[in-house]
Design a protein around this ligand. Structure first.
Ligand SMILES: C[S@@+](CC[C@H](N)C(=O)[O-])C[C@H]1O[C@@H](n2cnc3c(N)ncnc32)[C@H](O)[C@@H]1O
Length: 224
């Protein structure tokens, strides 16, 4: 029985629609971006040198494509069928790349193949209860594997699940509010340690310009 995700898939169907007539061209991919500022902060090196990687919540799939183009075998798991189908259309023919339509927890719980890296760029890790997600990620990571994720820096005083309304929902914000999990870097580090992760690094990367939103960046390992 699939679990009820913390987020309604419909919330994400209209995310990043690239408004305009008909199908839009695939975005240009030339770097792995953790932040919303191109070229800012670390890139794919945060993941080490994985042979197999899992992207939780890829939407357009840019980071998954970047890794696949470097020879990594990548699965991207997204809750929104609209996002998955567009990513499949855009990136058809990229070797080693697979987009899967599923809830992140269901996907992790239902398989056994191990990954060297599991990552999420403003993706499913932000929108899933970490108490449910982290044990499942730990089971699907190879020994010494990497979990890394980024999301917006937490609002001052925010702790735990917070309601979020996407600006792209055009009048349906109340109906489709979702939860996003916000903690300080220290609280994320504690949570990861409680779930057996080691070598945890968690920080807020300042934006490249003053008064812009920073990025929470977290990396941890399973025991080797
Ligand atoms: C803010 S978007 C980020 C997408 C992309 N990583 C990026 O950087 O543009 C969040 C994505 O996570 C997906 N998502 C949210 N909850 C999820 C879940 N429980 N399982 C899988 N994907 C989920 C959404 O469908 C959406 O595509």
């Amino acid at each position: 029985m699939p679990r009820v995700p913390d987020t309604p898939a419909e919330y994400w169907d209209t995310y990043m629609p690239h408004r305009g007539e008909g199908e839009q061209p695939a975005p240009v991919v030339n770097r792995f971006e953790w932040t919303q500022y191109p070229g800012h902060g670390p890139g794919a090196e945060l993941l080490g040198e994985p042979r197999r990687a899992l992207d939780l919540g890829p939407a357009e799939g840019k980071e998954a494509v970047y890794l696949a183009q470097q020879g990594v075998e990548v699965a991207g798991v997204d809750l929104s069928l609209v996002q998955v189908e567009r990513a499949r259309r855009w990136w058809d023919g990229v070797p080693g790349l697979d987009f899967v339509h599923a809830d992140a927890c269901d996907y992790l719980a239902s398989g056994t193949r191990l990954f060297d890296a599991v990552y999420s760029v403003w993706g499913a890790v932000w929108f899933t209860d970490p108490e449910q997600l982290f044990p499942l990620v730990a089971k699907r990571l190879a020994p010494g594997g990497v979990l890394a994720f980024s999301q917006a820096e937490p609002l001052p005083g925010a702790y735990g699940p917070q309601p979020m309304r996407g600006k792209w929902l055009e009048g349906r914000e109340h109906e489709l509010t979702v939860l996003r999990w916000q903690y300080t870097p220290e609280a994320w580090a504690d949570l990861l340690k409680q779930h057996g992760f080691t070598g945890v690094q968690a920080l807020v990367l300042e934006a490249p310009e003053p008064n812009k939103l920073g990025t929470l960046l977290v990396r941890a390992h399973t025991r080797a």
